[in-house]
Design a protein around this ligand. Structure first.
Ligand code: V47
Length: 384
């Protein structure tokens, strides 16, 4: 009798669940078929997290094998002054209150240059909606960083900031994006999407652009050649239908533009926000939302387990539940730490490598566009 040879992928195992509703979904996933809204709801509602994770891991390994990505980046938040006063946020301040700050350009350049010695490959720049800064401040900020750090990728400004600039400076969204791109913006982060449901949005962030405006701005960004990420804020007052609706709207736009690189689920941190009476997310929900996103967003290349939000421990486990990326060193995180996050503000490159290796994955340092970064291992400088 000849021995059966199995390929070394998750597909060699049989799918097992104690929830019969998952069997038809598993058949679709195994056949590479698209899941429906109803499937998404079933995935959110089942208690069989291991079965959902197994399916998400199958898809993740089909796409990326055993690799898990990380990057060496630095967050910069030039101002926390914000006119929006979103109930979900502990970061934004009115301009004349204690704790409000706006960095002078030189401070931005100095903070970009400080921190860990390992050379960053990405600046992640987001801030509040400041009512008085001229557009030139942002152009000079981007230009100045680009001139001083020509090798560093500038991932800057959420769709919300772009729509705000267009309104404040009386420009079209396209022109705002083109001018920022010309100044040196290379791609855009995924923040501000929150949850597209108007019912929820009107409570957690009523002064922000609505879901359609976020999607329209992302569409224009992709049209002018800027790749972006997409987020979903979960674990507050949204329900499962709202989450599935959000994921499907992202999937629909991605079918049209193919401009999204990565999806990031953001666990709501309630401390110091007007919603601080809400409980924090649990490990089950954090892992499930990673897995459901991997299964529903079949046209998104990457699913990020952002360790700052999830904690390094949950993010590490998420690498077996559908995620293929941990994000980066970050260095100085303000938005969740103002909202009570107890994670470190930054991690070293070697810490990320250890988290990934101990999850049984192969760490690959990437740049913002997911190209492998080659370093001189003695100096940690970027070789290419
Ligand atoms: O847009 C604000 C969220 C976002 C809270 O694109 C909160 O690579 C939880 O978008 N609790 C900013 N979340 C962060 C963000 C991001 C982070 C990492 C990587 C990328 C990327 C994007 O944080 C905001 C908002 O959705 N947020 N306050 C809070 N209390």
């Amino acid at each position: 009798m000849s021995e059966v040879q199995y390929p070394v992928t998750a597909e060699r195992h049989a799918f097992l669940t104690d929830d019969r509703r998952l069997n038809p979904i598993a058949e679709k996933v195994q056949a590479g078929e698209r899941l429906s809204a109803e499937d998404g709801l079933t995935l959110y509602r089942t208690g069989d997290i291991l079965a959902v994770g197994w399916l998400a891991n199958l898809v993740r390994e089909r796409m990326w094998g055993n690799v898990a990505y990380f990057n060496v980046n630095r967050h910069i938040n030039p101002t926390n002054v914000c006119i929006a006063a979103c109930r979900l946020c502990a970061f934004g301040r009115r301009k004349d209150v204690d704790g409000a700050y706006t960095m002078a350009l030189q401070e931005v350049f100095d903070s970009a240059a400080t921190g860990y010695t390992e050379a960053v490959t990405e600046f992640h720049i987001v801030g509040g909606l400041h009512p008085d800064l001229p557009f030139q401040y942002f152009l000079d900020l981007v230009k100045g960083l680009h001139e001083r750090f020509p090798k560093v990728h500038i991932k800057a400004f959420t769709m919300v900031e772009i729509a705000f600039f267009a309104k404040l400076y009386k420009m079209s969204i396209r022109d705002v994006l083109l001018k920022l791109k010309e100044a040196g913006v290379d791609s855009m982060p995924g923040g501000g999407a929150e949850i597209f449901s108007e019912r929820v949005r009107s409570i957690i962030c009523d002064h922000k652009i609505d879901g359609n405006e976020w999607l329209d701005t992302a569409r224009i960004a992709h049209e002018v050649g800027l790749k972006s990420n997409a987020t979903m804020l979960y674990g507050h007052i949204e329900n499962e239908e709202d989450r599935v609706d959000h994921l499907l709207k992202l999937r629909e736009l991605q079918d049209e533009t193919h401009g999204f690189q990565t999806y990031i689920g953001l666990a709501f941190h309630p401390d110091n926000t007007p919603l601080q009476h809400l409980p924090k997310t649990t490990g089950m929900l954090d892992l499930k939302q990673i897995a459901v996103a991997r299964l529903m967003l079949d046209n998104f290349p990457h699913i990020k387990a952002y360790w700052q939000m999830l904690t390094p421990k949950i993010a590490q486990i998420a690498l077996r539940f559908g995620a293929d990326d941990l994000d980066g060193t970050v260095v100085e995180e303000k938005i969740y730490h103002d909202a009570g996050a107890t994670t470190p503000q930054g991690l070293r490159r070697k810490d990320l490598i250890r988290l990934i290796t101990e999850a049984g994955r192969v760490p690959v340092e990437r740049d913002t566009l997911y190209r492998p970064v080659v370093r001189d291992e003695t100096t940690f400088t970027v070789a290419v």
